[in-house]
Ligand binder design. Structure first.
Ligand SMILES: Nc1ncnc2c1ncn2[C@@H]1O[C@@H]2COP(=O)(O)O[C@H]2[C@H]1O
Ligand SMILES: [Zn+2]
Length: 862
């Protein structure tokens, strides 16, 4: 173990920036030790200000926590601590052993009541928790990273040295920590993945918080290490680097003249801790996903700001466990209250609420920074701005963030697809693209807020941010333009292919098919489907998990299951329960392939499991004494035959929409189109099985227009559903709510909301839409993929459908080809130019502008 005098223990006290520190700590007397076994930083302070750390060098996290004095936690904090205890047997053990270890002033007897102990004893976590066990409810496992600056000579024998994280490069980066073109990725690289604690300790020194609150450096390091652990390194975007980035942005804002002269040390500390914890333990999926999959977090936080509630409670848990809360003494309650309020404000679905208020305050010049509540409001806005400030960074940094967030969205879309949930538009890598998402996000989410922020700050920083924002936005729009142009080009060539197909179809089509169905539309049957018994013109393309993106459910397996040759519990095409929509059975025996579950689908660590059922029940009794039920979720969607997950998903999304509509209109919007730029999740394409001659010939033709992810249903299902009257007339992603709808039931009545919205949904490929296509080829208000030359529909079918639907058909036909709603969704000039030309999958109906504008926020809602 090497002990070094730590000039830089606080991260740059010797830097020019630090020397300007207002009341910065003299950290020269700090001594830092690094334990090479877990790279846990233990700092010994010889400073008279702080007491010597009771944590011995190399002590484990939990031991350190146990030996440190812990305060009694009040009722308000109890759940935060429970959350961490449940996820961390070490913490619970620490708490229990602390009484015997005689930690300073820490008595478990006064901390834990009988009920607490009952809860903790019920946590049979020691036996059941796996290596994925983490401290947080999402079962996050910290990934240990070797410092990339570690000398090769150390060879794992010698502990790390201080210079590992405080060598020249780190200093260089920290010296510029107040500059806007800050690159968190670089700091993360030079600190060997420890950017979060390094930055935060640096800032705590810089603001003089150690001195002001008499904080122990060991505990503060512990705090930030816990926080760092709580971020999922497996998330492309919501990881510790994002926390670092947002904290640095917050630091920049705190330096602004309008702000810095008014803040108290407590407010500064609240702002920094809130910034660094604002996405703590983020599972990488949004709130609707958690609700749709009955995730325990949704139940725990009652479907309301689920993630934000979880973030702040986890943050308080870290403050308690590190005992920093204790050191804050009487300030602790105010600190916790501010942190929770700041983090809750980052709920993106509350954007409009804050923006409207902010505008009003600015217009009426109502903000008085000498008032505590106004300062708090500005800090809320500052955190919100910091949270979405990546579009305001220089292009190379901003672009990286954009790609990362989109990759995270697309991953969620992949999970949804694999779970047979409707794929969120924003998250569909097959119909959306990074430029498209960015252009919309920049215009509708970031710009409105940043404009007001600029209005408030009136400073070079604000100008700088807006300059970058405009520049970056132009770049994404240029990319989008190029993408759409390319798409148009491709589709023209596809149209030519379709002419060829028409000839082929006329030769091969069985006489039972009405002529109007021929050459109805292009489609994208996979080359690998070998069970086509009807002419392909009758087959709708589908959106089953593509074998390229869903390797765990290759089409062969699906067809195998569908034919009843495999386990019946995983029927992907049937209607109810095991015989219906993809049925997700209970965990299969260990030697069987596991059913579709979050544990199978999500990258390790899983968000599906947290703790044992008994623990969940007890936790529930603490959080919800009224006795509401909270069960631990093992697999999802859970087995609720009466409520298909897709329906539940739609409801949760609809709920968000209603909520949004209740607030002011003109939020933001998003749209869809194009393929993903990311290739990380695209596995190698599978070999197609052997197939009959004619079908092969067909497919060779089709291959020209392949490139879609669609899959055709099997012959069996097609036959089964020939008589079905379902109204699932769109490709791949039929309106999820229409599964049981009969065409006749629509006669003379106004279409149900679900139908009018015609939302996509990735309903299982059950073949029902084919029969519908046979009967109502072009009357449906289907999205996307309209034929270039739609044949005149059967008049009797048209009369059977709601007028609105038929109107939309004629509207759609007017476009001359399939319409995807994407280009015009943002209603920019740019987009208008391409409306009707681009591919994509939005409904053909023209939805009210405010509804469309809400899409981005809704999709982003976490
Ligand atoms: N560049 C971006 N493009 C699209 N969405 C973004 C971008 N940056 C941030 N967001 C979204 O805005 C949200 C703000 O809160 P979160 O950081 O939790 O999650 C963020 C993302 O969902
Ligand atoms: Zn965030």
């Amino acid at each position: 173990m090497l002990c070094l005098g730590a000039e830089a223990a606080g991260g740059g006290t010797s830097s020019p920036a630090s020397s300007a520190t207002p009341g910065g700590l003299n950290a020269a007397s700090d001594t830092m030790l690094l334990d090479s076994s877990d790279q846990e930083l233990v700092v010994r302070r010889s400073s008279a200000v702080q007491r010597a750390s009771s944590a011995s060098s190399g002590a484990s996290d939990s031991a350190a926590a146990a030996q440190d004095a812990c305060p009694p936690f009040d009722d308000g904090a109890a759940s935060s601590l429970y959350i961490r205890m449940i996820a961390s047997p070490g913490s619970a053990a620490g708490a229990s052993s602390s009484s015997s270890s005689g930690g300073e002033g820490c008595s478990s007897a006064r901390s834990l009541s009988d009920a607490d102990w009952l809860l903790l004893e019920g946590l049979d976590t020691r036996l059941q928790r796996t290596l994925h066990t983490g401290r947080f409810l999402t079962m996050h496992k910290r990934r240990r990273r070797r410092l990339n600056t570690r000398s090769a000579a150390i060879g794992g024998i010698q502990p790390a040295i201080l210079d590992d994280i405080h060598h020249g490069q780190v200093q260089c980066v920290l010296n510029k920590v107040g500059d806007w073109p800050f690159n968190a990725f670089i700091l993360d690289t030079v600190t060997g993945g420890r950017s979060l604690p390094v930055l935060c300790v640096h800032l705590f020194h810089w603001y003089g918080l150690f001195e002001h609150f008499q904080l122990d450096v060991v505990r503060v390091w512990k705090l930030f290490t816990l926080i760092e652990e709580g971020y999922h390194g497996t998330n492309p975007y919501h990881n510790a680097i994002h926390a670092t980035d947002v904290t640095q942005a917050m630091h920049c804002f705190l330096q602004e003249e309008k702000i810095r002269n008014h803040l108290t040390p407590l407010e500064i500390m609240s702002a920094l801790v809130a910034a660094v914890t604002h996405d703590l333990d983020h599972p990488g999926v949004n709130q609707p996903f958690l609700i749709a999959t009955s995730n325990h977090l949704a139940a725990l936080y009652e479907n309301t700001s689920v993630l934000e509630n979880h973030h702040w409670r986890s943050a308080i848990g870290c403050l308690l466990e590190s005992c920093v809360a204790q050191q804050m003494g009487p300030n602790s309650a105010a600190l916790e209250q501010q942190i929770s309020s700041l983090i809750l404000a980052t709920d993106i679905t509350r954007q409009q609420e804050f923006l409207t208020r902010f505008k009003r305050y600015l217009e009426c010049d109502m903000l008085d920074m000498s008032k505590e509540e106004d300062r708090h409001f500005i800090l809320q806005i500052a955190l919100k701005c910091a949270d979405i400030s990546n579009p305001c960074r220089p292009w190379d940094i901003s672009k990286k963030w954009s790609q990362k967030i989109c990759e995270e969205f697309f991953r969620q879309g992949d999970y949804e697809r694999q779970l047979n949930l409707p794929v969120t538009s924003l998250c569909d890598r097959h119909t959306n693209s990074v430029p498209k998402i960015q252009a919309g996000f920049f215009q509708f989410v970031v710009s409105p807020l940043m404009k007001e922020w600029e209005h408030f700050l009136i400073s070079p920083l604000a100008n700088n941010m807006m300059d970058h924002l405009r520049l970056n936005q132009t770049k994404w729009e240029t990319l989008l333009t190029a993408e759409l142009a390319e798409e148009t080009k491709t589709e023209v060539s596809e149209a030519e292919d379709l002419d060829d197909e028409k000839e082929l179809d006329q030769i091969n089509c069985p006489p039972t098919l009405p002529p109007s169905l021929l050459v109805k539309r292009r489609y994208s049957l996979p080359l690998s489907v070998s069970h086509l018994a009807v002419a392909r013109t009758t087959i709708r393309r589908e959106s089953l998990p593509d074998s390229r993106t869903g390797p765990r459910f290759p089409l062969e397996t699906i067809l195998h299951i569908e034919r009843g040759e495999g386990s019946s519990t995983l029927s992907l095409f049937s209607e109810h329960g095991s015989g219906s929509v993809r049925s997700l059975g209970p965990p299969a025996p260990t030697d069987e392939p596991r059913p579709v579950s979050a544990e199978n689908l999500l990258p390790e660590p899983s968000i599906a499991s947290i703790t044992t059922s008994s623990a969940a029940v007890k936790l529930n009794s603490v959080l919800h004494p009224s006795g509401r039920h909270l069960t631990r979720q093992q697999t999802f969607p859970p087995l609720h035959p009466s409520c298909h997950p897709a329906t539940r998903y739609r409801h949760s999304t609809a709920g968000a929409e209603v909520l949004r509509e209740a607030s002011d209109s003109s939020d933001t919007s998003s749209s869809s189109s194009c393929h993903s730029e990311s290739r990380e999740l695209v596995p190698t394409k599978r070999e197609p099985p052997a197939e009959p001659e004619r079908e092969r010939a067909d497919r060779t033709k089709i291959a020209k227009i392949e490139g879609k992810e669609n899959r055709a249903p099997s012959d069996k299902h097609r036959k089964l559903l020939q008589g079905s009257s379902r109204l699932q007339c769109r490709r791949g992603s039929a309106p999820v709510s229409l599964c049981k709808m009969d065409v006749d039931s629509l006669k003379g009545s106004s279409p149900p909301l679900e139908y009018r919205l015609s939302r996509r949904g990735s309903v299982p490929c059950d073949g029902s839409r084919q029969s519908l296509m046979l009967r109502a080829p072009s009357c449906m208000s289907r999205r996307a993929s309209l034929p270039y030359d739609p044949a005149t529909p059967d008049p009797s079918l048209i009369s059977a459908l709601p007028q609105a639907t038929c109107d939309s058909v004629s509207w759609t036909k007017h476009l001359g080809r399939r319409f995807s709603g994407g280009g015009d969704t943002f209603e920019t000039d740019l987009a208008k130019r391409f409306s009707g030309k681009r591919r994509g999958s939005l409904p053909t109906e023209l939805r009210p502008r405010e509804k469309r504008e809400g899409i981005v926020l809704q999709s982003l809602s976490r």
